[in-house]
Design a protein around this ligand. Structure first.
Ligand code: SF4
Length: 169
């Protein structure tokens, strides 16, 4: 298998050392993700920045914490000041979907807990630090596409999922 044949993986840009978080910081740069970058298999994306939001930016949460409900139009994503940023979150999720389709991506590693990228838990919309079971907007959309979404807390599972994939056509 040549490097160009290696299955690609979509990764939250903040997990690659890029300071794109709402608070202007990064979220670390795990060794395995650095290795995948060196192998040329990583496609970085920050859905919120891709969707047009600045950095830094006010924190935003999904009331109820369900990104799928945002996709279906039933819930807005709101900043702590009450600004509706749903359109930007949806635009970023669509950019992630476009990358996935363009590159045949079946595995993603996205930042845990984020209203865009979270895969198991998200904040509940009260800005009080309470998390509920749920997925962020981008994760929910990618799952509808059949992408396996892991977090930085599940890198071994992501590695195994990637290893099970066939080479890119
Ligand atoms: S968690 Fe996702 S949306 Fe938030 S900074 Fe990281 S890549 Fe961007």
């Amino acid at each position: 298998m040549t490097r160009s044949d290696l299955p690609k993986v979509l990764v939250s840009a903040c997990l690659l050392g890029q300071p794109v978080r709402y608070d202007g910081r990064a979220s670390g740069h795990p060794d395995l993700l650095q290795q995948w970058q060196a192998e040329g298999r990583v496609l970085p994306l920050c859905p919120e920045v891709a969707g047009g939001l600045p950095t830094p930016r006010p924190p935003a949460e999904i009331p109820g914490g369900q990104g799928a409900q945002v996709l279906d139009g039933g819930v807005q994503v709101l900043t702590v000041a009450g600004e509706d940023v749903t359109a930007q979150f949806l635009a970023g999720a669509q950019q992630a979907l476009a990358l996935v389709r363009q590159h045949g991506i079946r595995v993603a590693v996205l930042k845990a807990g984020s209203p865009s990228c979270g895969n198991h838990l998200t904040y509940d919309g009260t800005f009080s630090g309470v998390k509920v079971p749920g997925a962020g907007v981008t994760t929910a959309l990618l799952r509808r596409e059949g992408v396996q979404v892991f977090s930085e807390l599940e890198l071994e599972q992501a590695r195994q999922a990637l290893a099970r994939l066939p080479a890119s056509p």
